[in-house]
Design a protein around this ligand. Sequence first.
Ligand code: M6R
Length: 359
Amino acid sequence: QKGAYPYYMLKEIDEQPGVMRNLIKEYIAADGSIKIDQDLLKEMSAADRLYIVAAGTSYHAGLVGKELFEKLVKVPTEVHVASEFGYNTPLLSKKPFFIFLTQSGETADSRQVLAQVNKDGYPSLTITNVMNSTLSREATYTLLLYAGPEIAVASTKAYTGQIALEAILAKALGVHNNVPTIKDFDVAGELTKAANGMQELVDEKSEIEKIAAALLKDTRNAFYIGRAMDYAIVQEAALKLKEVSYIQTEGFASGELKHGTIALIQENTPVIAIITDKRTAAHTRSNAQEVKARGANILYIASREVATPTDQIVLPEITPLLSALVAIVPAQLLAYYASIQRGYDVDKPRNLAKSVTVE
Ligand code: M6R
């Protein structure tokens, strides 16, 4: 039930702090230990490489997962678009372990990869929001998101839930593998910060509504730019905006713009820079200035630590590894408002279905 909300998408954006708290409750004990099946951790730790397979928003959550598993657990991780995997199959390592990220657990593209993985006898985990879904039943292990039903076609709380659960899993695997630096990663503390930060952002949604009206009202196209982790985030931000507002939006590696795509920048093209990483902040800002000089309208979404006084949206503090959890919230809200300001049914964008059960 959407209750007082005009649309499910807004309700689901607002539910994200609660999703973080549910995941803490379900997976993290009071003493900080993680409640995840030891057999799963044993199989993951025996693997020499993780392969994350997913589609759409879940693929974007996988891009963040790669950073978490590589930086926190030091295990090489690849992320693959499910629909490409079967034809463009990478050369697999000797001991692969597969992780399927899927809100619905029914995505046909991911199912066909899992069928092959099972045929080849490799172990697998499905991270899903739907208990007993097909991908859950067919994988060796399942971890649930406990996010509550996601009704809007545009995925929001499943994305942040998937990232949070990947962080919990990375912590558990790091502890299991005795990675010395894993003790510095306080996953419960960081997810609590994420919940509080998300709450701050959703409480200020009227500001974002105004920004959407000013920046996105009549435009036909838009860009999100970022580097490193922020590049992973902008790909999801762009998908959100395009699928519900029909504004053609690209999520671009900001350093790559000048190699061709900058030709698309015209007077008033909206360019939204997401900056959460101090290593890349100066470079992304200079890329934003390059497009500003060609007429673009720039919106900066920056973490408090790297923000300047003129940045329009400042994000609450969180470890840079989990910056997606807060940075995506204003992007989801911008997409939501851009869609309703254009008079669309934001919960049911044209041509799209909630779960895509054909290849
Ligand atoms: O249920 P899944 O997570 O497997 O779905 C994958 C994509 O179809 C889904 O994320 C899609 O991209 C959404 N429309 C994104 O908002």
